[in-house]
Design a protein around this ligand. Structure first.
Ligand code: KG4
Ligand code: ZN
Length: 405
């Protein structure tokens, strides 16, 4: 009864905030008015190996964004070891929540709703964030919303676009490139997504991680994929040694040419095969050449499949003016440059000669490309404002297609 009356009160007071949100979404006009107060969400994310808590408002402010990484724990095992990840989430989540509130200069009483990642992800890891969110929501009588992790990656650009004119408009195409997924998806609304291409084997992020490991690179502050990118970009040193001609001139495969689906396993096994054929430890110059060839092949594949996805949309009569790229790999600078060039070339080939042929390309800022809770809070916002809450006993969905939201 108490919960019902508090929540219905909240609903009434939210009506104006919701109208303001809907009228501006996806146009990022601030909605501060004398009459409406922004809705404030505390969001938790723990689907893989980062423990995250953030506070986000309906007028697109990220008041805090705490990410506690676990890579020192998983480095030795070469991947996420679930029991270790669960333990670390359990240790870190209280600190993440505390810091998120402190950095936002808030208490729980200033929070209007609590969001968490419902799936997809590692079941035991998801349950840490979900249990924390449910307990906080129930104890404090706040509404609760469970969020799809990939939907949150796809919608991040609506939160972070710098101006109304650069905010992606539906329908847009989104390339979701992370450690768990490689997807091209047509987004037609905040909740409707159609998968056009997915990976036939492993994700592009996992492939970056494997190659970085094969080449003996160390986890930097930003993880193995970013370490590989930095290694490719670095100026060669004077003591790099010679590079075998076979390695510097070797062409990587183009898996599933002409098809929308992705495949990355053959790229890292090409690196493996080359090192085996060499029959001796590679020089630094050879490692760098292999790293660059690999990154080039992975990025070329993402560019080619994105163009195919745009063709597929056009064949269905859907005009796409915006492409949103998100997920950890979207922070890769080389990918950002090559995708822009690729879309410009695609537009130049288009029959239309008008300015409209240009396809806008949106990337969230790097800190919101990799896993974070700000995106979870933002993806929950439209549901909070619509009064569409989840019950406190809602289940988790470790396997959950973005088409089934
Ligand atoms: O989205 P994310 O943080 O977590 C998942 O949902 O998986 O993505 C993590 C993945 C990792 O595989 C990581 O190596 C990769 O994104 N990644 C990168 C870069 N930064 C992160 N890959 C290539 N270049 C980067 N700069
Ligand atoms: Zn992710």
């Amino acid at each position: 009864m108490q919960r019902l009356s508090t929540l219905s009160c909240l609903r009434r007071s939210l009506l104006q905030t919701r109208l303001a949100f809907l009228s501006t979404c996806p146009t990022p006009t601030p909605i501060h008015t004398a009459k409406s107060r922004a809705f404030t969400v505390l969001a938790l994310e723990s689907s893989a190996d980062d423990t995250c808590a953030a506070i986000v408002t309906s007028d697109r402010r990220v008041l805090s964004n705490v990410v506690i990484k676990q890579h020192q724990l998983h480095g030795p095992t070469g991947g996420i070891y679930p029991p270790t990840a669960i333990d670390a989430h359990q240790r870190n989540m209280p600190h993440a929540v505390r810091r998120a509130l402190q950095e936002a200069k808030m208490t729980m009483h200033d929070v209007d709703g609590i969001a968490f990642t419902r799936g997809p992800g590692i079941g035991g890891c998801l349950s840490v964030g979900s249990n924390a969110a449910k307990s906080l929501a129930a104890a404090l009588d706040k509404p609760l919303v469970g969020v799809h992790h990939m939907q949150a990656h796809a919608l991040t650009s609506l939160l972070t676009a710098p101006s109304a004119s650069t905010t992606p408009r539906f329908p847009f195409l989104t390339l979701l490139v992370s450690g768990g997924h490689t997807l091209s998806v047509l987004a037609t609304s905040l909740t409707s997504f159609r998968i056009l291409g997915t990976t036939a084997d492993e994700s592009v992020g996992r492939s970056f991680d494997k190659v970085a490991r094969i080449l003996g690179l160390e986890w930097g502050k930003r993880g193995l994929g970013a370490a590989l990118e930095d290694f490719c970009e670095a100026e060669p040193t004077t003591d790099e040694g010679k590079c075998d001609g076979e390695i510097s001139s070797f062409a990587f495969p183009h898996p599933m040419r002409g098809r929308l689906d992705f495949s990355f396993a053959s790229l890292h096994s090409t690196v493996d095969r080359h090192l085996a054929l060499l029959g001796r430890p590679p020089t630094l110059a050879e490692k760098r050449a292999l790293a660059r060839e690999f990154q080039d092949a992975a990025v070329a594949q993402l560019c080619a499949k994105l163009r195919l996805a745009l063709d597929a949309c056009a064949q269905r009569g859907v005009t796409v003016g915006d492409v949103v790229v998100s997920g950890g790999v979207a922070s890769n600078r080389y990918l950002r440059t090559r995708l822009r060039e690729s879309l410009d070339a695609y537009a130049a080939l288009s029959e239309s000669t008008t300015e409209d042929a240009r396809i806008e390309l949106a990337f969230p800022p790097v800190e919101l490309c990799t896993d974070n809770a700000a995106m979870i809070g933002w993806a929950a916002m439209h549901r909070f404002l619509a009064g569409d809450y989840d019950p406190y006993d809602i289940d988790l969905k470790p396997k959950w297609s973005i088409e089934e939201i």
